[in-house]
Design a protein around this ligand. Structure first.
Ligand code: CA
Length: 396
């Protein structure tokens, strides 16, 4: 038996204890937690078969009572003696998609982002926000099958786009490939059809959080999005971080959301703080270009989940909903390059070059931290992706 390094000063200390799915060569993937740079096999640590699986879904489906009990047990067990076979160095394992993604919905919860995009896409409208924006969290249904884990290469998508000077669309690789720095919320236990989740019950259903990069082809999106919203401009790939940070770890990160005016309908009213002080960072080719503050988000995840189900729609284990681009009020807090460079009109310097959108070979990494108890900080790890060229021969 061995004793673990409790990694007190790490972003992955005892305050975090996230869940992920790892493998070592020759073994099938299994659920683990991370303490510092140690990956700890949870079936070996706890004796629970629910963790000897290639996804978190069976454990997430066990419900909030079980999440609370198991988290306390893990925190106790890692302080004791542990079988050396249960522990692997982080750089010796491969991380996988941590859960099977059921349905996926993407929201648009940042007022700063929605207003900036309104100004860019509809410059002649006096109000950059659409009339519904402050009454409901706007979202669209996305594609769960193309959600990939950090480190997966992103193939530049081909598609239809219509350059402003042309009369007809052309086909080819996107020339305006962008990112959206977001936070994803994983549903652990869902609701039955016809039984909406009340806004005050959201924490019984939300298991945890991941970083989410909603890669976006702006030229494809601009041509296709009216009137039904984004489709192929978004659905080619989205990257998530491999460690799911439990909502239970984020009590100290709770903050009030910004005041909501006009007052929202009763089913969206919250009687306690549901904002989250998550501090994001966007790195482009090794250089930090933005630090979006999640605390500035207008709509909370509890409101998004209540809205998602208020029509009676069911949710289930593994459903993922993302926040929409996190953008703060300052220019260097914008979470998408189309905003950061104002549609390409104000390029940023990346590695000495003026850049507006992504080129082949570029790499983007999202990171985030949140305050934990007693001065500790909780890390989210990374959501990393590198752009590789579009297929040379598009289908004819
Ligand atoms: Ca998005």
């Amino acid at each position: 038996m061995t004793r673990l390094d409790l990694a007190e000063d790490s972003l992955f200390g005892l305050a975090n204890l996230p869940y992920g799915v790892y493998s070592v060569p020759g073994q099938t993937p299994r659920v683990a937690t991370r303490l510092g740079d140690q990956v700890i096999d949870l079936a070996a640590l706890t004796g629970e078969d629910v963790f000897a699986r290639p996804s978190l879904n069976p454990f997430m489906a066990s419900g909030r009572g079980s999440w609370v009990e198991v988290r306390a047990r893990i925190a106790r067990l890692v302080r004791g003696e542990v079988s050396p076979e249960a522990v692997h160095p982080l750089d010796a394992v491969r991380m996988h998609l941590p859960f099977e993604v059921a349905d996926y919905v993407d929201y648009y919860a940042s007022e700063h982002h929605a207003a900036n995009l309104g100004r860019l896409f509809r410059p002649h409208n006096p109000d950059p926000l659409m009339p519904n924006w402050k009454h409901l969290p706007v979202g669209y249904h996305g594609r769960s099958a193309s959600i990939v884990v950090s480190g997966t290469d992103i193939v530049r998508p081909n598609g239809q786009r219509k350059p402003p000077a042309e009369d007809a669309p052309v086909f080819g690789p996107t020339t305006r490939l962008d990112i959206e720095a977001e936070v994803g919320f994983v549903v652990g236990t869902g609701n039955a059809m016809g039984h909406p989740i009340a806004v005050d019950a959201a924490e019984d259903h939300i298991f945890g959080l991941v970083l989410f990069n909603d890669w976006s082809a702006r030229d494809i999106q601009a041509w296709e999005y009216v009137p039904l919203g984004p489709n192929l401009g978004k659905s080619f790939a989205s990257t998530i971080s491999p460690w799911v940070v439990p909502l239970l770890a984020l009590d100290h990160a709770r903050v009030a959301t910004p005041p909501q005016e006009p007052e929202v309908l009763p089913y969206l009213r919250l009687d306690r703080p549901w904002g989250l002080d998550l501090r994001l960072e966007v790195e482009w080719n090794g250089q930090v270009v933005s630090r979006p503050p999640y605390a500035s988000m207008y709509w909370s995840p509890a409101q998004m989940l209540a809205h998602q189900t208020v029509n009676g729609a069911p949710t289930r284990t593994g459903d993922l909903f993302a926040s929409g681009t996190v953008s703060g009020p300052a220019k260097d807090q914008r979470g998408a390059f189309i905003e950061l460079t104002w549609g390409g009109a104000e390029p940023v310097l990346v590695g000495g070059e003026e850049r507006s959108f992504l080129e082949d070979g570029d790499e983007v990494v999202l990171r985030a931290v949140a305050p934990g108890p007693e001065g500790a900080w909780i890390g989210f790890g990374e959501a990393r992706g590198r752009i590789v060229p579009a297929p040379v021969e598009p289908p004819s």
